[in-house]
Design a protein around this ligand. Structure first.
Ligand SMILES: [Fe+2]
Length: 203
């Protein structure tokens, strides 16, 4: 990505606009998952080195920025439109802006590109995986397993706010089975558990 529109710049914007710890952590968790899909897609496209890095960085940035305006502008009229307007003024690349718009069902922006699909697919799932980690006695993402996540998806009382149908649709949009999507995101979050604050408590 052109300098000025890096993952670091996205992180700085997230921290400027969002003071709440949990919304910051949500952005970071989603970004870890989207970035992993960016890496996979870059490989599929035959990109390597700096080109692959720049490609994945757009995915990471979209994850960090997708709810950037939610704390200040949570209404359906404003989120994510206020954030996207600001990002557009700063000159952020359109693929990132479109993905942020498309993650909101009501924006009218279709999910067509791989980045648009990946962001939507990772949004609810990253939150759900975090919830799965926090109910473990160790509070560690390392103790979460795909089978356990699927079981929890069927438990309607658990993490009620997370829309199961969005997780299923996300996997469909990516063209992979739900188990694989859960496994991909879980692995991405486990690899960066320290950053996410999900290493857990030591026994
Ligand atoms: Fe989100």
């Amino acid at each position: 990505m052109a300098s000025g529109f890096s993952r670091d710049a996205a992180m700085a914007l997230l921290e400027e606009w969002t003071k709440g710890e949990s919304l910051r952590k949500h952005g970071l968790a989603v970004s870890v998952c989207t970035e992993s899909y960016g890496r996979r897609e870059a490989e599929k496209l035959g990109l390597a080195g700096a080109e692959a890095d720049a490609f994945a960085e757009q995915y990471a940035s979209a994850g960090l920025l997708h709810d950037m305006d939610y704390e200040r502008h949570p209404s359906l009229e404003e989120h994510p439109f206020v954030g996207v307007k600001h990002l557009r003024e700063l000159g952020w690349p359109e693929p990132v802006l479109n993905a942020i718009l498309a993650h909101a069902d009501y924006s009218g922006v279709a999910r067509e590109s791989h980045l648009e699909r990946a962001l939507f697919a990772c949004d609810e799932l990253a939150g759900f995986l975090t919830a799965c980690a926090l109910v473990k006695p160790t509070k560690s993402i390392m103790d979460v397993e795909v089978a356990g996540v699927k079981k929890k998806m069927k438990d309607k009382a658990f993490a009620r706010a997370v829309k199961r149908e969005d997780m299923t649709l996300g996997a469909e949009l990516l063209g992979i089975p739900l188990e694989e999507h859960v496994g991909n995101c879980l692995k991405a979050m486990q690899e960066r558990a320290g950053e996410l604050g999900l290493v857990g408590i030591s026994s």
